[in-house]
Design a protein around this ligand. Structure first.
Ligand SMILES: Cc1cc2nc3c(=O)[nH]c(=O)nc-3n(C[C@H](O)[C@H](O)[C@H](O)COP(=O)(O)OP(=O)(O)OC[C@H]3O[C@@H](n4cnc5c(N)ncnc54)[C@H](O)[C@@H]3O)c2cc1C
Length: 509
């Protein structure tokens, strides 16, 4: 007889996976084994907010996925960073904290997920994550926070037009990740096993019931009560398809035996498209200049002693929401403001002092899809965001880009104000702005939607069960029917927390 590893196996210790793990333990649903493909999260680089710039592109902490050539962007291929370690993308992200707009959830139109339904879950996770206004914003961020007639003190909100310094999940100058708030404390229960460097290659099914998982090493692990898929918007649908749950014709074309024909697995992929503006000038923002060298030398010591100073900055310090299109009745774009000299020639670290802001569509209409290239788990999937395949996204971006430039021109940035250096005066007309957007558009790293929840043909039920398979739930950003109007970490954690509630209820009834 097979020996079971635990009552539940959770695949992925990311933002949602940490919350679902802790939720199952706290609800006394049983023992849990959480499997994470990446390593531990003990490094000081993960804890130190400013060091996030070293995580993206890292060989062992970033999955380093890429899009397929995006036809509306001149066939450019975009990077898709995803955290690969305990805490997942919640361990490499910029720590900006937003629930989203409350009507985002009403508009999902999924039973049990209205704004009133999700509110208690947000309150619960915030009592653990402790988001609050960034403690020591750069003077430029303080200045930007007073743009759009804002008071400079209130954090911005997607509910109305305004600017502000962001709320962040940073505590005492250190990243407070979902692992810090949920996974690590749950270990004290004695009911949790966390295994790092344990990548799941596929799920194991018997008679349309999830029995366990097979690791890349070939080891098989079994669960008594069920498996929760929390591998994120890219790996969760890929894992399901490799295991035989997905569009039948696609699976057959790769020689994968079909367990359940689920045509929408991998569909509805989308993200917030963003495009930015660079400003540079002496004594402006953080950057590599001779004048700032002493500050950079002192910074590690200051941080070590007090957890303060420039290394306590999450870089994405401030932002805004505004109505880009005249017809908009609610903010349709979000701005991220970074008081740091970002290169526009493909490098993040360049000489000079400056600042950067991008504008992104809050509720994009373009949709793409994710497909497998091979049944082999070592081969990355084909990820097509379908960027700008809906014309409204381009119209919103052009309008947003133009207004962002004006906001940056008028923002009370004092003596740190610096001229726009890219794209600057070569890009002025709508046609030039459109071409600039096609040349430079990227995403906010918020992919969602590939296993949307809902009634009818949606692959996941409103109670987060994988339809047609017993004992299998999905709990991560992939279940969002549409992306929330701002950054997606808090909604992903909220989904993980609610998944645990549903699963625990199902087992106690
Ligand atoms: C660079 C960056 C910056 C961001 N900045 C912000 C921000 O400031 N604010 C914000 O709100 N959002 C931000 N986001 C987005 C936010 O972090 C994500 O939306 C959120 O973390 C998604 O949570 P998730 O649980 O769906 O996936 P993840 O957190 O990505 O978790 C998935 C986990 O599953 C693991 N996994 C995957 N496949 C397997 C497998 N086969 N076997 C075992 N384990 C597996 C992964 O390694 C990972 O740990 C950012 C994202 C990135 C990448």
């Amino acid at each position: 007889m097979r020996e079971s590893t635990a009552d539940f196996i959770v695949v992925g210790a990311g933002s949602a996976g940490c919350a679902v793990t802790a939720g199952l333990i706290e609800a006394n649903a049983g023992t849990v084994c959480t499997l994470e493909a990446g390593g531990a999260d003990r490094s000081a680089l993960i804890k130190t907010p400013f060091a996030l710039m070293f995580m993206m592109g890292s060989r062992n902490r970033d999955w380093r996925f890429e899009t397929t050539p995006q036809s509306a962007l001149g066939d450019r291929v975009l990077a898709i960073p995803r955290g690969k370690m305990i805490g997942g993308s919640g361990s490499i992200n910029s720590m900006v904290w937003f629930r989203g707009r409350m009507d985002d959830f009403d508009n999902w139109d999924v039973h049990g997920w209205s704004s009133a339904d999700v509110l208690p879950a947000f309150e619960h996770i915030e009592s653990r994550m402790h988001p609050k206004r960034l403690a020591q914003p750069h003077p430029l961020a303080e200045g930007f926070a007073r743009a759009l007639n804002s008071d400079g003190q209130t954090p911005p909100s997607p509910e109305y037009e305004g600017a502000g310094v962001f709320n962040v999940n940073i505590q005492n100058g250190q990243r407070r990740s979902p692992a810090d708030a949920f996974l690590h404390p749950a270990k004290a229960s004695g009911k949790l096993t966390v295994r790092t460097d344990s990548r799941v290659a596929k799920m194991l099914f018997k008679d349309k019931r999830a029995m366990g998982v097979e690791l890349l090493s070939g080891q098989q692990l079994f669960a008594r009560k069920g498996v929760v898929l929390s591998a994120g918007s890219i790996e969760s649908p890929a894992l399901l398809m490799r295991s035989g749950v997905g569009p039948a014709a696609h699976l057959k074309s790769l020689g994968i035996p079909v367990i359940k024909d689920a045509p929408e697995v991998g569909q509805n992929l989308h993200d917030h498209p963003v495009v930015g503006v660079h400003h540079a000038g002496p004594s402006s923002g953080y950057g590599l200049t001779l004048a700032q060298l002493p500050a950079w030398f002192i910074a590690p010591l200051t941080y070590l002693i007090s957890k303060k100073g420039r290394l306590a900055s999450n870089l994405v310090e401030a932002g805004a929401f505004f109505n880009a299109r005249e017809t908009s009745t609610k903010p349709d774009v979000q701005v991220h403001f970074i008081p740091y000299m970002m290169g526009w020639q493909g490098k993040t670290r360049v000489w000079g002092s400056g600042y950067f802001a991008d504008v992104g569509v809050c509720r994009p209409k373009s949709r793409g899809s994710l497909q497998l290239r091979s049944a082999d788990a070592n081969v990355k999937p084909a990820i097509d965001f379908g960027l700008l395949n809906h014309p409204d996204d381009l119209t919103t971006l052009i309008a947003g880009f133009k207004r962002l430039r004006n906001i940056l021109k008028d923002a009370p940035l004092g003596t740190r104000h610096a001229p726009e250096v890219f794209p600057a005066k070569n890009v002025l007309t709508d046609e030039q702005i459109e071409q600039h957007i096609r040349n430079r558009l990227s995403t906010a790293y918020h992919p969602v939607g590939t296993l949307r929840m809902g009634e009818g043909t949606a692959p996941v039920s409103p109670r987060l069960r994988c339809k047609g398979i017993d004992g299998l739930w999905v709990a991560d950003a992939s279940v969002m029917p549409s992306v929330t109007s701002a950054n997606t970490n808090a909604p992903s954690i909220m989904i993980g927390h609610r998944a645990a509630q549903f699963i625990a209820q199902d087992y106690s009834s």
